[in-house]
Design a binder for this molecule. Structure first.
Ligand SMILES: [Fe+2]
Length: 322
């Protein structure tokens, strides 16, 4: 479980949520003007992301940062995990349907009670139908997408500069141009889902999961045993994090699992986001769907010993702020 904690924090959390959303944020801000419908659609989902990432780079994930000092992999290992996971990353891995299919865990009849998938699919569908409505409103046909120079510039920038293919990259699969409305809907849904629900799923359970350090310690001081029955209690204690490391872990995961006091939750947008009546109606419909999902999850969780709360819409911020 210690190796799992390294992979989770470096890859699943920082790399494929924080860093990926910064890429979209940069692409959006330097290619698409703020009156553009795609800018208006996506801007709330990159709020504060660059700022929190800068703070993370200053204190958490650099050669002398907290991760380098408190994780088993150390500074060099941290960099190596970033390199390997970055090279292997495809944006489709952030699509929960694609991801669960690839991992063979998409079938609820074969794997019931997998609430990350069940709740995540519902949230994905709600976001997708909202995005479809907005894109339908502003783009009359596929040509209006392919001829949108600002949009194409965004795709090109993210493709070549945001996810540069270096060191044997397997292909991040973000397109260099967007040809159809359907493709645009998928990209916008992916960006919104990654910055909201996917990040919430990997972020807000950190205290629950890591604060009891033997559950998944960030550091182990001895290699795992190779033979059964030989380990003494002292060996276990010598391997687990010491008091100082335990304190550092708890402070870190407590901080990272908290919501910002001015958090804006999924589907809440400023009134000026869209002025068009049809778009306002689409926002209302999204709100209704998210409330239905919230009620369904709340009811389901009442019957569970361990409720799954991380994909409940009221626990999903619009963007990565922590
Ligand atoms: Fe986070």
């Amino acid at each position: 479980m210690s190796s799992h904690s390294q992979f989770h924090e470096i890859s699943s959390h920082y790399l494929t949520c924080h860093a990926v959303m910064e890429t979209y944020s940069m692409g959006l801000m330097r290619n698409i003007p703020n009156a553009h419908p795609v800018y208006k659609l996506l801007r709330p989902h990159v709020r504060y992301t660059m700022a929190i990432n800068r703070k993370a780079r200053e204190s958490l994930i650099n050669a002398t940062g907290i991760l380098a000092r408190t994780f088993s992999v150390g500074a060099d290992g941290e960099l190596e995990v970033f390199k390997r996971c970055g090279t292997a990353y495809s944006v489709h891995w952030s699509n929960i349907k694609h991801n669960t299919e690839e991992r063979g865990v998409d079938d609820a009849s074969k794997l019931p009670h997998y609430y990350y998938r069940d709740d995540g699919y519902r949230v994905w569908d709600a976001i997708e139908s909202y995005v479809t409505e907005i894109i339908d409103m502003f783009y009359v046909n596929d040509a209006s997408v392919s001829e949108d120079e600002e949009l194409q510039s965004f795709a090109n920038d993210v493709h070549f500069n945001g996810f540069p293919a270096y060191g044997g990259s397997l292909g991040h699969e973000f397109p260099s141009s967007i040809a159809t409305k359907a493709e645009l809907v998928q990209i916008c849904t992916l960006v919104m889902f990654t910055g909201s629900a996917q990040h919430a799923a990997v972020n807000f359970g950190q205290y629950t999961y890591y604060s009891f350090v033997p559950n998944a310690p960030f550091v182990l001081h001895k290699p795992p045993p190779t033979r059964k029955g030989k380990l003494k209690f002292k060996d276990l204690m010598d391997s687990l994090p010491d008091k100082e490391e335990t304190l550092a872990t708890n402070v870190l995961v407590s901080l990272l699992s908290g919501y910002s006091p001015d958090e804006i939750y999924l589907g809440a947008y400023p009134p000026e986001q869209f002025v068009e009546e049809r778009a306002k109606q689409a926002v209302k419909e999204l709100d209704v769907k998210l409330k239905q999902i919230y009620e369904m999850i709340k009811k389901r969780n009442e019957g569970l010993d361990v409720p799954y709360i991380y994909m409940s819409p009221k626990n999903i911020p619009n963007s990565i702020t922590i």
